[in-house]
Design a binder for this molecule. Structure first.
Ligand SMILES: Cc1cc2nc3c(=O)[nH]c(=O)nc-3n(C[C@H](O)[C@H](O)[C@H](O)COP(=O)(O)OP(=O)(O)OC[C@H]3O[C@@H](n4cnc5c(N)ncnc54)[C@H](O)[C@@H]3O)c2cc1C
Length: 307
């Protein structure tokens, strides 16, 4: 495995672009926890991404593409390798053809919120369920993000990606198997862009739906503290938050992390939490769920990095 100095040397001559070495990921994750990444590379465009990935692969440096880091916990020991922050690739465009209908194409680093806003301006319906999901297009596709009975799979027509061999190609939605907060895309895939198929709608109706969702989220979610959204996946017949609440775990703390008193499936950072504090609460919830309820709670958040 390449060491820090080798990673630095490998990336030293990539075309411009900001790179931070030994960067505390707590500065970037929505939970505000996480150790240092050997390198955090700010990807600006596809050419730079290709160059960076090629070099990293040549030197066998592990890498991880990320979006807004709203669904990820990086352990306190940090990430040995390069984290590729995709938020610089954020173009969004819209086209209509009689054959394909209304298509919105967004690069992986575009904020979902921007795509939702644009669809309102263009009077397109279909993406309302994404209102208030704070991630990027790439993160949402990777996670098959969803809410209110809809998921990304319902609106994706195609994605473009860089595969493990560094080849760029397009995959139609039917070629991808989407499941609950998961896709069949192999590791080492970098999502470059997604194309959404939408329908013409009425601006006021679309806006009303979005406002209802945002108000509901504001009321239910503890947005006043750093968090990563729902920590656990719901079970087929049980809502994870309700199960945790029924075990009397709301408000429990470990260090600076707390099971939100407002929403039991949210763990919030009360100011000084570490990733270990959050992981301690996750382990405690899982072990009590197994003992007291006989169920295995699986995390929805992605957990990476060294202990
Ligand atoms: C307040 C709050 C509310 C939320 N509500 C919801 C909700 O209702 N529904 C829901 O599904 N989620 C929700 N989330 C979780 C999260 O916002 C979504 O999962 C979001 O889609 C993650 O996007 P991201 O850009 O932040 O991804 P990240 O957290 O940066 O990454 C998540 C995963 O995607 C991978 N990834 C990211 N970009 C790429 C790329 N370009 N190519 C390949 N892999 C990539 C990463 O490697 C990682 O495995 C919520 C989070 C918060 C904080």
């Amino acid at each position: 495995m390449a060491g820090k100095n080798e990673i630095k040397k490998t990336l030293s001559d990539v075309a411009a672009g900001k790179i931070l070495y030994d960067e505390p990921m707590s500065n970037h994750t929505s939970l505000a926890v996480g150790g240092k990444a050997d390198a955090l590379v700010f990807i600006k465009n596809e050419d730079q991404l290709l160059e960076v990935v090629k070099k990293l692969k040549e030197k066998k440096v592990i890498f991880l593409p990320v979006g807004n880091l709203t669904n990820i916990i990086i352990r306190d020991g940090g990430y040995r390798g390069a984290i590729l922050l995709m938020t610089g690739m954020k173009k969004i465009s819209y086209e209509y053809t009689p054959e394909s209908g209304y298509l919105v194409t967004a690069q992986a680093g575009a904020a979902l919120a921007k795509v939702v806003n644009m669809s309102v301006s263009d009077e397109l319906t279909g993406l309302e369920f994404c209102a208030g999901i704070p991630g990027t297009v790439g993160g949402a596709v990777w996670m098959n993000a969803g809410a209110y009975g809809k998921e990304m799979k319902d609106v994706i027509k195609a994605i473009s990606l860089m595969d493990a061999e560094g080849e760029i190609r397009t995959m139609n939605s039917e070629e991808i198997s989407f499941s609950y907060r998961k896709t069949s895309l192999p590791p080492d895939t970098v999502i470059l862009a997604a194309q959404f198929k939408l329908k013409k709608g009425e601006r006021e109706k679309i806006k009303k739906k979005i406002n209802e969702i945002l108000q509901w989220r504001q009321k239910k979610h503890p947005l006043e503290f750093p968090n990563a959204g729902s920590i656990f996946k719901n079970l087929p017949m049980q809502i994870a938050g309700k199960l945790i609440e029924d075990m009397g775990m709301k408000g429990m703390s470990a260090g600076g992390a707390q099971i939100s008193p407002r929403h039991a499936n949210f763990i919030v950072n009360r100011g000084s939490a570490t990733a270990s504090d959050v992981l301690e609460l996750i382990a405690l919830i899982q072990s009590r769920a197994e003992k007291e309820k006989g169920v295995k709670l699986e995390t929805e958040v992605v957990i990476v990095g060294e202990d």
